[in-house]
Design a protein around this ligand. Structure first.
Ligand SMILES: [Zn+2]
Length: 155
């Protein structure tokens, strides 16, 4: 019984014909006859290679994001210290552009309970818009900001 079943199964599998496919690995693209409808690569090695390439690309993107975030934080820190020195709080957008600040990169978003404006944090420093045209900003330092908010909560 069992033998017949396995023989039948074998025959069924071998009878099956799938149309040729192109290997999913971009630099191969070789045409092959799949032995299973889910087969996407011409060989096992190309499946492994392609997944390794995807992983490498992912790490590259994460590293780029990390560098941008660290660069943003360094810019904010520098500006924060400068505003402390000259006792001015707002900074014009042109200075951020000059420093190469990336407005699309932040690690966290908060809402300032006092002003109801968003704060975009780059690790320990955050930026908050000061006017509706998005031309001027203030910079927050995390420890100071959390300290201020704790005081607000305790009232
Ligand atoms: Zn291939």
């Amino acid at each position: 019984m069992e033998k017949t079943y396995s023989e039948n199964r074998k025959r069924r599998v071998s009878k099956r014909r799938y149309p040729p496919k192109e290997c999913k690995k971009p630099d191969c693209k070789e045409s092959f006859i799949p032995h299973d409808s889910r087969q996407e690569y011409c060989c096992e090695q190309h499946r492994i290679d392609y997944n390794n390439d995807l992983r490498k690309e992912r790490h590259k993107e994460l590293n780029e994001f990390n560098s941008k975030l660290l660069n943003n934080e360094a810019i904010l820190k520098k500006m924060y210290l400068a505003t402390q020195r000259v006792k001015r709080t707002t900074i014009n957008i042109s200075l951020f552009e000059y420093e190469g600040f990336d407005f699309y990169c932040c690690s966290k978003q908060d809402v300032n309970v006092e002003t109801k404006q968003s704060i975009y944090w780059c690790l320990n420093f955050g930026i908050e818009g000061k006017d509706s045209q998005g031309q001027t900003f203030i910079i927050h330092k995390k420890d100071n900001y959390e300290f201020t908010n704790k005081n607000v909560d305790n009232k």
